[in-house]
Write a protein that binds this ligand. Structure first.
Ligand code: DOR
Ligand code: ZN
Length: 346
């Protein structure tokens, strides 16, 4: 029997953390091997809150790329309560800045400078709507009284529903959705509202955090949810609906920062991102929908051209290492020590 092969238009990653400094140089090649472009998250310390900082970060990313890489970072600004409508006009006028990221203050890694009160950034969001600059949202409330598994659903009720009604012309991406409630919301919302879905939320449910003991490498934000939610995400991703597209949220942390008394949130999936997505689509009997999800819906939403080149996947397993070199220290990739079912043919 011949090995099953799948060739698709080269994909993009619409949600990615690559950090900075030595770690940037260590992790970036994993993404650049598979993806032509990636939306780069701005949650550095200090946050990438101005066009000037975004351009300097872009230069560091380009300098960290291997010589042979063909990869374009798509920069974002970090929305703070100090962001001004003028920052937005500068971003909209700049060819390298593609979106603005909203973190509720304290929601996740380096989110301390995020937004405490959404009302304070309304003039900025109004300017974004005027300019057509997409708003990317970490869609969780941070209220410690709200159960951590309910924070996405409560964000929809308290904030997202109102934002969608108030800004009908604003492109909005509900990032890394994790629940049936989010899927239903996006399906019912107008076409200016889309969502990204990670590989780990498609592959795992919350049992993976507690599988025979505490599994810090499966801790991410938003946290993994129950199986019925995972199934809703798979259905949405594999449906062919252009509102859903690929965003790995690959988020490297040193091994010791994950395996700690207070471990960091983040899953490092970049090493084999496309192999994982292919497995999900294969299991759902929907390999024919992978190209839309990975390579068409994102650029169409962001009004960018689709990539001219291709990526080929083969149904051959591949060993996943126990650790990867993050320069500063080792990191632990998703499914470390296991196997992929698909491989990218380079
Ligand atoms: O798991 C996560 N890690 N979720 C986020 O929202 C941020 C990310 C990170 O930067 O580590
Ligand atoms: Zn993220």
């Amino acid at each position: 029997m011949t090995t099953q092969t799948l060739t698709i238009t080269r994909p993009d990653d619409w949600h990615l953390h690559v950090r900075d400094g030595e770690m940037l140089g260590a992790v970036l090649p994993d993404t650049a091997r598979q993806f032509a472009r990636a939306i780069i998250m701005p949650n550095l310390k200090p946050p990438v809150a101005t066009v000037e900082l975004a351009l300097a970060y872009r230069d560091r990313i380009l300098a960290a790329l291997p010589d042979e890489a063909d990869f374009e970072p798509l920069m974002t600004l970090y929305l703070t309560e100090q962001t001004t409508p003028d920052d937005i006009r500068q971003a909209a006028d700049n060819p390298f800045v593609h979106a603005v990221k909203y973190y509720p203050a304290g929601a996740t890694t380096n989110a301390a400078s995020g937004v405490r009160d959404l009302e304070r950034v309304m003039p900025v969001i109004e300017e974004m709507e005027k300019q057509g600059l997409p708003l990317l949202m970490h869609g969780e409330v941070t209220d410690s009284e709200i159960d951590i598994f309910d924070r996405e659903a409560v964000f929809i009720e308290r904030h997202l529903d109102g934002l969608v009604k108030r800004f009908p012309g604003l492109p909005m991406v509900f990032e890394h959705i994790t629940t049936s409630a989010a899927v239903d919301f996006v399906l019912a919302a107008p076409d200016n509202v889309a969502a990204t879905i990670t590989a780990h939320h498609l592959l795992l449910n919350r049992n993976a955090i507690f599988d025979g003991g505490l599994r810090p490498h499966h801790y991410c934000l938003p946290v993994l949810k129950r199986e019925s939610n995972r199934q809703s995400l798979v259905k949405a991703a594999t449906s062919g609906n252009p509102k859903f597209f690929l965003g790995t949220d690959s988020a490297p942390h040193p091994k010791s920062a994950k395996e700690s008394d207070c471990g960091c949130a983040g899953v490092y999936s970049a090493l084999h991102a496309m192999e994982f997505y292919a497995e999900v689509f294969d299991d759902a009997g929907a390999l024919d929908k992978l190209e839309g999800f990975a390579s068409f819906h994102g650029p169409d939403f962001y009004r960018l051209p689709r990539n001219p080149d291709t990526l080929t996947l083969v149904a051959e397993p591949q060993e996943i290492p126990e650790t990867v070199d993050f320069a500063v220290e080792d990191g632990v990739p998703l499914r470390a020590g296991g196997q992929t079912r698909w491989s990218v043919r380079y």
